[in-house]
Design a binder for this molecule. Structure first.
Ligand code: NI
Length: 209
């Protein structure tokens, strides 16, 4: 949430100005936030693929369950105070704004904080954004693997002032097509209108090939 969201926005602004992408600051993960963000920003490596996680109803889900639908996939955590909820809200609004064809879009939230974001907790949280939102969690290994295939950066950050912790993470909304292939990303703070503008032609082209 905090630093990485800002860094992603800074990177996008830098791109807009034709400037150099900021260099790595966080170094503790196997791959740094900046490395992973560059990977997504420039599509340097394949993005998306298999995940095997548990939904908010306790049902095992894999990416294959959503073939035939477009997937909007977002990694974050429910205790994120501002950016995650804002992006999740825009995802939900986009599905609504699509009207009937919104049925063909599956919004998916994957937590990078499974310790606190249990299926029970996600069951309360997801409907805040859309009734059709699927909230997925897994053990540490399954979470790490899902984040790896989507090139997501996340790292637990202890807070000295509180007994609590927070999680620094990249925050892209990934758009996957009906075949589960990656089509692109929306940066943090993308409004629902923009998401709809991108998705609607994809849906139309599939209906009228
Ligand atoms: Ni966040």
């Amino acid at each position: 949430m905090r630093v990485t969201h800002r860094r992603a926005l800074a990177t996008l602004m830098a791109l807009g100005l034709g400037a150099v992408v900021p260099t790595a600051v966080v170094q503790s993960a196997e791959r740094t936030a900046a490395e992973l963000m560059d990977t997504v920003m420039w599509s340097r490596e394949p993005i998306g693929g298999r995940f095997a996680l548990t939904d908010q109803n306790g049902v095992q889900r894999t990416d294959a369950d959503f073939r035939g639908k477009l997937m909007l996939v977002y990694f974050g955590f429910t205790y994120c105070p501002d950016v995650c909820p804002t992006d999740l809200q825009q995802m939900g609004l986009a599905v609504d704004q699509l009207g009937n064809v919104g049925e063909l879009v599956q919004p998916i939230f994957i937590t990078v904080d499974p310790e606190r974001d249990t299926p029970e907790h996600l069951k309360d949280y997801m409907p805040l954004f859309h009734q059709r939102f699927i909230g997925l969690s897994g053990d540490a290994g399954a979470t790490k693997e899902a984040a790896r295939v989507y090139q997501v950066y996340y790292e637990r950050v202890e807070r000295r002032d509180l007994s609590d912790y927070t999680i620094d993470h990249s925050a892209f909304i990934y758009l996957m097509d009906r075949d589960g292939q990656y089509r692109g990303f929306f940066p943090p703070g993308t409004p629902a209108d923009r998401i709809v503008d991108v998705i609607r032609p994809l849906i139309e082209s599939a209906r009228h090939p």
